[in-house]
Design a protein around this ligand. Structure first.
Ligand code: 5RP
Length: 239
């Protein structure tokens, strides 16, 4: 889907602000998605122009391949205990800076990278701001294939739903298969999730056997949200 120019420019403005958090020698975690692709482009130019040395830890094959194509130095997270700083996008950001993520089905590895990082900076354009999560987008849950029906039923007990759908692939028949070999269930809650309820709902969902992770990222995972507007940038502090 082609994004309006105004949105791309708002995102680019936020991405450029985010580069202020980078310094020489850092190990940098990368989320996934179109905003992160913009970030990787700007980061590659910044590294060249300022002659600094940066290594990146990707959260998906998509962002890894993109970063490799731009000549960035990649590190696999498996050998790391900690990452200096992570940059990530989001599908929605609520009034208390909780996040909804997983539009690109990379939520599990993104949550790992964001949790491993000493600082997590979220980069969004202004259209991602909402009062409550799941106002516009469903809640993705990554599920082991044998548990598909069981998890679908249990999710409906935790969250009152309008619909529960198995996400379908593009360029492939059947469900999408994540980088972890799992499926994605998209949950459409009847009512958006109250900011003070995000952590509780996330914890409950993750306790269902067969669930790998879900797309609710409680604000405790976030340090800063950089929001790009057509004419300015706002920097919001979560802690
Ligand atoms: C991928 C994600 C992305 O951060 C989220 O979908 C936002 O993507 P985009 O920058 O393309 O709008 O969570 O799993």
């Amino acid at each position: 889907m082609k994004l309006p120019r105004e949105i791309i420019e708002s995102r680019r403005r936020a991405v450029r602000e985010a580069l202020n958090y980078i310094s020489d020698g850092m190990v940098v975690g990368l989320g996934s998605g179109t905003t992160m692709r913009l970030f990787v482009e700007e980061l590659a130019s910044y590294i060249k122009a300022s002659r600094i040395s940066i290594s990146v830890v990707p959260s998906s094959y998509d962002i890894m391949i993109y970063a490799l194509g731009l000549g960035l130095h990649i590190i696999d997270p498996m050998g790391l205990y900690e990452i200096d700083i992570a940059f990530d996008g989001a599908d929605e950001v609520d009034a208390k800076l909780n996040l909804l993520k997983g539009g690109g089905a990379a939520l599990t590895r993104e949550k790992i990278i964001d949790s491993m990082s000493r600082k997590t900076i979220i980069i969004v354009d202004y259209t991602k701001l909402v009062d409550k999560l799941c106002t516009r987008k469903p809640l993705p849950v990554e599920v082991a294939p044998p548990a598909l029906s069981y998890v679908s039923r249990r999710l409906k007990e935790i969250v009152e739903c309008r619909d529960v759908k198995v996400r379908q692939g593009a360029g492939k028949v059947g469900p999408i298969v994540t980088d972890n070999g799992f499926f994605i269930i998209d949950l459409y809650p009847k009512n958006p999730i109250e900011p003070d309820d995000v952590e509780r709902v996330s914890t409950k969902i993750n306790m269902i056997p067969g669930v790998l992770e879900n797309g609710l990222f409680p604000r405790k995972l976030v340090d800063t949200v950089i929001v790009g507007f057509p004419d300015r940038v706002e920097v919001l502090k979560a802690r």
